[in-house]
Write a protein that binds this ligand. Structure first.
Ligand code: NAP
Length: 299
């Protein structure tokens, strides 16, 4: 059984992003810059934002912080408009969800050229029709893990559990493109026969947020599992009183799979890593109209 070590892949990708940051600094004499907007004090959002700023600092991306306890629609529109027009801001991250606002409304305010989360309908639409776009970070990170471990999706049955706009739907959109050539099934809470779909799947991508959703009886021998779920379960041995687990019963499936991502240390680190890459890509595209990976050789 292969453990798909997202932490290791993310470190490689972060080193590459740091190399691109240096190149950008040499050209522009400033660092790629991410505006980070946090509204409210939801503990999970605070933790995610802290992790993203830490990654910016480690890689060499400047972050400009905007923290509000609450904000009204007019002030939010004004803030995002200012960030959209500010030439020194390359990417805009508004940590979702924002209480009182619909996610789609928030993402629609961001200039698609600065939409480094890849959530704006323009970028999602471009991705679905097979054009180059900023890709949502979790699905993009999953593709990097699969590529790193040389797990092809060509001619494979891939089952995705979850139809959210940030994981399930874009993941399906990417894997159905000709370059990935997978046969994709999406399951959700309205799917009556999840097990039937899983048993014929070569690759399972679970983004349900449901503990112990999948065990060995539900999977085909030799399949690959990407466990996106991040569920907190009480654990008195931990300082914070909980630990993170995925959707998959790891102990049950571990001897039956070809490969699996652990939780933590699988998909999670890749999501932040791809946000960093999208930010540097946005800096190059806006200022120089090329992607750094097309121009600079790394290693
Ligand atoms: P979400 O918006 O809550 O969507 C969950 C999806 O799973 C929904 O489509 C839901 O179906 C489906 N679902 C839930 N329980 C199910 C079940 N028992 N059987 C079949 N389908 C089921 O969640 P999300 O934002 O996509 O996130 C999903 C999970 O991934 C969460 O645990 C989240 O914390 C984690 N996550 C991790 C990362 C990372 O970087 N590792 C990034 C993003 C999300 P309905 O549509 O019918 O409700």
């Amino acid at each position: 059984m292969i453990i798909l070590n997202g932490k290791e892949v993310s470190e490689i990708e972060n080193n590459k992003t740091a190399f691109f940051c240096d190149k950008f600094f040499n050209l522009k004499k400033r660092l790629p810059t991410l505006a980070v907007v946090l509204i409210g004090s939801d503990p999970a959002s605070v933790t995610y934002v802290k992790g993203k700023k830490k990654a910016c600092n480690a890689i060499g991306i400047k972050h400009v912080d905007f923290d509000f306890e609450t904000i009204n629609e007019r002030n939010l529109r004004e803030l995002v408009d200012k960030l959209n027009k500010n030439d020194e801001i390359d990417g805009i991250l508004i940590q979702l969800p924002v209480s009182g606002f619909n996610d789609d409304f928030i993402t629609s305010l961001i200039n698609p050229e600065k939409d480094v989360d890849g959530f704006n309908a323009y970028n999602i639409g471009k991705m679905f029709i097979g054009n180059t776009a900023f890709l949502p970070c979790t699905p993009k990170g999953i593709l990097h893990i699969l590529d790193y471990y040389k797990i092809s999706t060509e001619h494979k049955n891939v089952c995705i559990i979850g139809r959210s706009n940030i994981v399930g739907k874009p993941m399906a959109g990417l894997l159905m493109q000709k370059d990935r050539n997978a046969t994709v099934t999406i399951c959700h809470s309205g799917t009556p026969n999840l097990k039937e779909h899983l048993l014929i799947s070569d690759i399972i991508i679970s983004a349900a947020g449901s503990v112990n959703l999948i065990d060995a009886s539900m999977i085909k021998k030799g399949c690959t599992i990407i466990d996106v779920g991040m569920n907190r379960i009480p654990d008195s041995s931990k300082k914070n009183g909980y630990r993170l687990v995925g959707d998959v019963n790891f102990e049950s499936v571990k001897d039956k799979v070809y490969a699996i991502t652990p939780v933590p240390g699988g998909v999670g680190p890749m999501t932040i890593s791809m946000l960093m890459r999208n930010t540097v890509n946005a800096a190059f595209l806006r200022n120089y109209q090329f992607l750094p990976e097309h121009k600079y050789k790394w290693k």
